[in-house]
Design a protein around this ligand. Structure first.
Ligand code: PLP
Length: 396
């Protein structure tokens, strides 16, 4: 028998839809996937060259568990430069991806009986990571009318004597929205008043459009900084999802606990990937601007075209590479005699009939929506949208 813990969770729904689309592709079916959660660009050459050099130099052994000092220093410099945050080496841990940093933080902070507040829509792994650590996720629903931002009153209203932490993600996967400094100040005030922690997942910080600036909640003041575990990583900004390199910054006691957990589970992140990460963070950043330019034109095209489809509407996201479209008007319609009653039915219908893969909003705690990633070519976006339009036109 598998453990109670393992039976409480499910596989990542985004990864499984992408796997299903890839399986159909392998069978020769021409599937267009909007389900991907990674940039469709290759890792920049100078970063690859750095890993190759590290391999050739024989940098292939265990490293310190929480990351090589050189990389910690590059991360410290990144926080100083980009976020006006000042950390020392004992306040930084490097992990095997941001997801791993999040998991270490969950292990270090949550005990049985704790409640962890998660604004919905949320990234798929947050609730399951809470459950895996015997704590209880408490969802606070946000609305499209509020651009999917959690309101301070709603947040305060969901706090109980058992609340341990709140998980913030901005810019958000799946909605693409972020928080301005004023909203973050209001949230920080509540967190401090109730003596909570904030897990602040800022992995999309570099992917913001129209000049919107990223602010880290930890940078507001020293009180909130002490209570914040800032999570970031290389996957999204540097197109390095397969390299498995992320990091966290926080108070030394929490980081130390995370490092102990990491020392008993994975040990250090891959040695030569760490060397490459140093050059990613310290090297030229022009790649990000170029990627952003392409994402931006796809964003405009995708959102405009979605709004032109009868029954679909989509508000313009500010960041990341996702459009979170409202499909509530389509629900209740039929294909032949099969009813499309929720966003999962719609996703299955689109996959089977139109060979288009996308993620139902239910996976993120928001039925009535679909998430479409525009980390795919303009040609795919154009063709995929035309298929969606035709398929929705067949519903009655
Ligand atoms: C992609 C993603 C992560 C995980 O990033 P890795 O560094 O590849 O583990 C974490 N949080 C969010 C919101 C993401 O979309």
């Amino acid at each position: 028998m598998i453990s109670d813990r393992a039976s409480k969770i499910k596989p990542s729904p985004t990864l499984s839809i992408d796997a299903k689309a890839k399986e159909m592709k392998a069978q020769g079916i021409d599937v267009i996937s909007f389900a991907v959660g990674e940039p469709d660009f290759d890792t920049p050459e100078h970063i690859k060259a750095s890993a190759i050099k590290a391999l050739n130099d024989g940098f292939t052994k265990y490293t310190p568990v929480g990351g090589i000092p050189e990389l910690k220093d590059a991360i410290i410099e990144k926080f100083r430069k980009d976020n006006n945050l000042h950390y020392t080496r004992d306040e930084i841990i490097v992990s095997c991806g941001a997801k791993h940093s999040l998991y270490n933080a969950a292990q270090a902070l949550y005990s049985a009986g704790d409640e962890v507040i998660i604004p919905a829509p949320y990234w798929v792994s947050y609730p399951d990571q809470v459950l895996l650590n015997d704590a209880t996720p408490v969802f606070v629903q946000t609305t499209e009318a509020d651009n999917f931002r959690v309101l301070p009153d709603a947040l305060a209203g969901s706090i109980t004597g058992k609340t341990k932490a709140i998980i913030m993600n901005y810019p958000s996967n799946p909605t693409g929205f972020t928080y301005d400094i004023r909203s973050l100040e209001a949230i920080a005030e509540i967190v401090i008043r109730h003596n909570l922690y904030v897990i602040s997942d800022e992995i999309y910080e570099k992917l913001l459009y129209d000049g919107v600036r990223h602010v880290s909640i930890a940078s507001i003041d020293n009180e909130i900084k002490k209570r914040t575990i800032t999570i970031n990583g290389l996957s999204k900004a540097y197109a390095m999802t397969g390299w498995r390199l992320g990091y966290a910054a926080g108070s030394a006691d929490v980081i130390k606990a995370m490092e102990n957990i990491q020392s008993q589970s994975t040990s250090n992140p891959t040695s030569f990937a760490q060397k490459a990460a140093v050059d990613a963070l310290n090297g030229p950043q022009g790649f990000i601007d170029e990627m952003l330019r392409q994402f931006d034109s796809r964003r405009h095209f995708l959102v405009a075209q979605l709004n032109a489809i009868e029954g679909v509407s989509c508000i313009m996201p500010e960041g990341a590479f996702y459009a979170f479209a409202n499909i509530q008007k389509v629900l209740g319609r039929h294909f032949r005699d099969v009813a499309i009653n929720n966003c999962t039915d719609l996703s299955m219908y689109l996959l089977q009939e139109a060979h288009v893969a996308l993620v139902p909003g239910g996976a993120f705690g928001a039925d009535g929506f679909i998430r479409m990633s525009y980390a795919t070519s303009m040609q795919n976006i154009r063709e995929g949208l035309s298929r969606i339009k035709d398929a929705l036109g067949k519903l009655s």
